[in-house]
Design a protein around this ligand. Structure first.
Ligand SMILES: CC(=O)N[C@H]1[C@@H](OP(=O)(O)OP(=O)(O)OC[C@H]2O[C@@H](n3ccc(=O)[nH]c3=O)[C@H](O)[C@@H]2O)O[C@H](CO)[C@@H](O)[C@@H]1O
Ligand SMILES: C=C(OP(=O)(O)O)C(=O)O
Length: 434
């Protein structure tokens, strides 16, 4: 387990470029299985989760070439379906949430898929019902081997149908879309998730010859086609990284320009930070965060205490609530952070409380933060990163703290943030990897 040693209290200054979006690229990589032709993908981040999924595709027989610093080609003309049975494949899937999206393309193209219970962050129950009910509705049969924690799915033919999803699951919608593009006839998915990740997936599939309409809405219609061809796809900037940098700039009192953010795809993210009183200026497609000694949390129009809550897109993504929470610890005023979508994503606040933050954890979903308005600097801490976004929130806290902190288990941060120590050190941070 690697660690970061962070000397707190240094301001950042300069420009930072967000990496490609982790959660988009995981979908895009799985979609390369839908054609035997070559697919080129650019702006792929060099992060653990993505590299692990690329390796998994290689192990399955996909021909993968790295053609540039962030670009790859994939050719899935031969796929070793027997490899899916191996303990090695199942073990690798179980440590990677994104691997669950191999099911849709495998069933659509080869009529068969095997997958172990996928990994990812331990942030509460993460059920897969939406995925499997959807794929079953398309005509696949489905078995769960409880002893091995393995799902097996098979289908001679998939047939389009109407379905109303029980929840707008991001990876669930991606899986069902990828299964239905090659199904016979028309599939209609209502209550579909519509994050930019999914919009990008649908655009990519259309450029491969799929017929998907309703992109960016929660009602997708997919006319099945016989086969798909190759394409070139560019991944969007990572909106969660953009939000993390906004929070980091505010909390450390730094002036920062976040370059080429694809503003139109950030949704409500900039506005959510503005509600904490943080100035976020749009300059072309960049975001400029001026140095701010103080930022004051807004109240609602009726004067009641601000609540910031997550919701499926176009609501605020749950992946940024940990960052919003940590930034609020130095704001002026109070805010209720309501994590509605996950059950165990707020427990990391204990570590912030140890550092001197004023937080009341009301229950597993709600925390009230009473900001210090910089009258008290957080104390350095010694902590372990429980999940990717708590990890970045703790890093932000440590960068603003008085003294030297340690964060262990930084593999959780590396899962989703490319060379984060080097990129932040180039802006003035003091982070050492040990
Ligand atoms: C690899 C990947 O892309 N992971 C993302 C994906 O995970 P993933 O696709 O696994 O998450 P889901 O969208 O399926 O569900 C996330 C959580 O929200 C709950 N839920 C979901 C939809 C809904 O309408 N109501 C509701 O309460 C679910 O029960 C679950 O607890 O989407 C999550 C939600 O944005 C993000 O946190 C993850 O970073
Ligand atoms: C929860 C996340 O990732 P995963 O779904 O891969 O666990 C995340 O990116 O914040």
């Amino acid at each position: 387990m690697a660690s970061f040693v962070i000397e707190g209290g240094h301001k950042l200054h300069g420009e930072i470029h967000p990496q490609g979006a982790k959660n988009e690229v995981l979908q895009i990589l799985c979609a390369t299985l839908l054609t035997s032709e070559e697919v080129t993908v650019t702006n792929i981040p060099d992060i653990l989760d993505v590299n692990n999924l690329i390796q998994l595709l290689r192990d399955m027989g996909v021909k993968v070439s790295k053609t540039g610093i962030d670009s790859y080609t994939f050719k899935a003309d031969t796929v070793d379906l027997n490899y899916l049975e191996s303990d090695e494949f199942l073990k690798k899937c179980s440590s990677l949430r994104g691997s669950v999206m191999l099911v849709g393309p495998l069933v659509a193209r080869f009529g068969r898929a095997l997958i172990s219970k996928p990994g990812g962050d331990k942030i509460g129950r993460r059920r897969l019902d939406t995925h499997f009910i959807g794929i079953q509705k398309l005509g696949a049969c489905f078995n769960y081997d409880e002893e091995r924690s393995v799902f097996s799915i098979c289908a001679k033919h998939l047939k389009g149908t109407y379905m109303l999803l029980d929840e707008a699951s991001v990876t669930g919608t991606a899986n069902i879309v990828m299964a239905s593009v090659l199904a016979k006839g028309k599939t209609t998915i209502y209550n579909a998730a519509c994050e930019p990740y999914l919009q990008q997936l649908c655009r990519m599939l259309n450029s491969m010859g799929a017929k998907i309409s309703g992109i960016a809405s929660n009602l997708l219609t997919i006319e099945g086609v016989e086969s798909l061809h190759g394409c070139t796809h560019r991944v969007l900037p990572d909106m969660i990284e953009v939000g993390s940098f906004i929070g980091m700039a505010a909390m450390t009192g730094s002036e920062l320009t976040i370059k080429n953010v694809s503003h139109e795809n950030l949704g409500i993210i900039p506005e959510s930070f503005r509600r904490l009183g943080i100035r976020v200026e749009q300059r072309g497609d960049d975001l400029f965060i001026p140095e701010q000694e103080h930022y004051q949390i807004e109240s609602f129009i009726d004067g009641s205490i601000m609540t910031i809550a997550d919701a499926p897109w176009p609501g605020l993504t749950p992946d940024l609530l940990s960052v919003v929470l940590v930034v609020a610890t130095q704001a002026k005023g109070s805010v209720l952070i309501h994590q509605k979508m996950f059950e165990s994503r707020l427990f990391f606040v204990d570590k912030l409380i140890d550092m001197g933050a004023q937080i009341i954890l009301c229950d597993p979903h709600r925390a009230v933060v009473i900001g210090h308005d910089r009258n008290f600097q957080l104390r350095a801490g010694n902590m372990t990163s429980p999940d990717i976004r708590a990890g970045i929130a703790l890093l932000i806290a440590a960068m603003s703290a008085d003294g030297t902190s340690r964060i262990h288990n930084i593999e959780q941060i590396d899962r989703g943030y490319q060379n984060i120590d080097q990129r932040l050190n180039a802006l003035g941070a003091r982070i050492t990897r040990i």
